[in-house]
Design a protein around this ligand. Structure first.
Ligand code: NOJ
Length: 543
């Protein structure tokens, strides 16, 4: 049974819309047994911390049995737990403890591919007439070459020749991750059964990995080239096929049989995010998945105008009953703090970003460690574990820099492990860690906590309407979040200069939370001076 904080007793409160979701990369969160790898018991041991944040749900990157070629995104048994992370009993204990604390648990679900070690694939590749042959995508070559020009997201052809049966199989990611064939009904039913297994166990939903890649063109047509260069192509025939969107609807039907569960789609489009693609998976809000990530903000440069444009474009695309969500960092696309080279004034920007994430309309996702301002680490070549980084070094150093261990304390290994961490702890952990920020009322950690508390206290922030007032042109984004009589004004200065906000004169507000102002102070908004990198939430008389 879930314990309910009072704000959750409101019948209009829907956890996946109005709550805050915290993304944990289990390998890097907390290690309980000293092998240097984070685990489920480690997460359980940090439950008090999660409660102190006030978050409503955690999403775990995959913990299933896996040869770990892509660190869990290559599953070899959907019903097993990778022993590095613990056991099924540990998972159950974590689920029970989370629920007792009023925290939901979301699993990652990998639908597009399995590991090449998965028994389904081992069978499929064993002979052309194996009953599971058609569970994957097999094709004859063209004159000794790959069947068509499709490219893998990880580089190179999306086809791998398999000498055992003399055909090619398709892989959208690494060759160790063969793509499943969603046109095969038996396969689709089998994967639905794997999901049912977890829903029956009581998990609160799934983040659906690469949902927009699952179906490919029936005719295997070549993708059109961009600028006529074979290296660049428009992924027309392998992404966002109409059938993928239909399957999203079927997934929703399954999930809806379990009240209160949720499906969140990763709509993987590389840069820039195309919000129209993500929005298509939401159906009309009822017949598509519940939430879909749009990564436009991740690809926006730090500018009020660019952020405003990305947010409003995203809102504009969301269908009638659909609901947006917001993400600034993840395990693939790095931490927002220093994603761009030569980032400056990171401390101040992190605060403005936190205010933005937790006050705009839509479900906020916090990537572990962002709440203490963790940075992308600098790693040496021999420290790289991500196969992408190994393959493309030094051109691309991989994704490890945003996956370094959580920084709990200033001690050796940041309190993450008593052993040798699987990835080095970022050197800045002696100054940037949970312990030192916990008691400091002005720390970023406490800004996050205060913002989350504010969302709980003022329903307008979590679920009110959004009314933009300043669209970023002067370096400032300002908007109202309103619900019934309640009206909150948020002002965010993205620039390092003082600005004047030209708002209507009759507005006044009392400060609820601010980077620069005293809580409770009353401010009149006419031509108000905004401090460099100021972020403030006011309770106002706007109607
Ligand atoms: C997206 C995941 O987030 C990423 O980490 C993974 O490599 C690919 N999908 C393949 O599963």
């Amino acid at each position: 049974m879930l314990k309910h904080a009072s704000y959750k007793n409101d019948p209009d409160w829907v956890w996946w819309k109005h709550g805050v979701i915290y993304h944990i990369y289990p390998r890097s969160f907390s290690d309980s047994d000293g092998d240097g790898i984070g685990d489920l018991r480690g997460i359980l041991g940090r439950l008090d911390y999660l409660i102190s944040l006030g978050i409503d749900a955690i999403w775990l990157s995959p913990v299933y049995t896996s040869p770990n070629f892509d660190f869990g995104y290559d599953v070899s048994d959907y019903r097993g737990i990778n022993p590095e992370y613990g056991t099924m009993e540990d998972l159950r204990d974590l689920l029970t403890a989370c629920h007792a604390a009023g925290i939901r648990l979301i699993m990652d679900m990998i639908l597009n591919h399995t590991s090449s070690q998965h028994p389904w694939f081992l069978e499929s590749r064993s002979s052309r007439d194996n009953p599971r042959r058609d569970w994957y995508i097999w094709k004859d070559g063209r004159k000794g070459r790959a069947p068509n020009n499709w490219k893998s997201t990880m580089g190179g052809s999306a086809w791998e020749f398999d000498p055992v049966t003399g055909q090619y199989y398709m892989h959208s990611f690494f060759r160790e991750q063969p793509d499943l064939n969603w046109r095969n009904q038996e396969m689709a039913e089998a994967l639905f059964r794997e999901m049912k297994f977890w829903l029956d166990l009581g998990v609160d939903g799934f983040r659906l990995d690469a949902i927009n890649l699952i179906v490919k063109d029936k005719k295997f047509r070549n993708n059109p080239l961009l600028w006529g260069i074979p290296f660049f192509q428009k992924h027309l025939y392998v992404r966002n096929r109409p059938k993928s969107i239909k399957i999203a609807g079927k997934l929703r039907e399954l999930i809806d049989r379990y009240p209160g569960r949720v499906a969140i789609g990763e709509v993987f489009v590389l840069p820039p995010g195309e919000p129209s693609n993500a929005a298509r998976y939401l159906g009309e809000g009822e017949n598509g998945i519940h939430l879909a990530f749009d990564f436009s903000l991740i690809f926006s440069r730090w500018s009020a105008r660019a952020y405003y444009r990305a947010i409003s474009d995203w809102y504009f695309r969301i269908p009638g009953q659909g609901w947006p969500c917001t993400v600034l960092s993840n395990h693939d696309l790095f931490r927002h703090t220093n994603r761009f080279p030569f980032s400056r004034r990171i401390e101040e920007k992190s605060r403005v970003a936190a205010f933005l994430l937790l006050t705009i309309r839509g479900t906020p996702f916090i990537y572990y460690g962002d709440e203490i301002g963790m940075r992308n680490a600098r790693l040496e070549r021999d420290q790289i574990r991500d196969p992408l980084g190994k393959k493309y070094w030094p051109l691309f150093k991989g994704r490890d820099k945003a996956r370094t261990p959580m920084q709990w304390t200033s001690e050796e290994n940041a309190g993450f492990t008593p052993g040798i961490p699987w990835l080095p702890v970022n050197r800045d952990h002696d100054e940037r860690n949970v312990k030192s920020q916990d008691k400091d009322p002005g720390s970023l950690l406490n800004v996050y906590r205060s913002l989350i508390r504010l969302r709980q206290r003022y329903p307008a922030l979590a679920r009110g309407r959004w009314l933009p007032l300043l669209n970023g042109r002067e370096g400032i984004i300002a908007f109202i979040r309103g619900r019934g009589e309640e009206s909150l004004l948020v002002i965010l200065n993205f620039s390092g200069r003082s600005r004047v906000a030209k708002l209507q004169e009759h507005i006044h507000g009392s400060v609820l939370l601010s980077t620069h102002r005293r809580e409770g102070d009353t401010v009149y908004m006419q031509d108000m001076k905004i401090h460099p990198f100021e972020a403030t939430v006011y309770l106002t008389n706007w109607d």
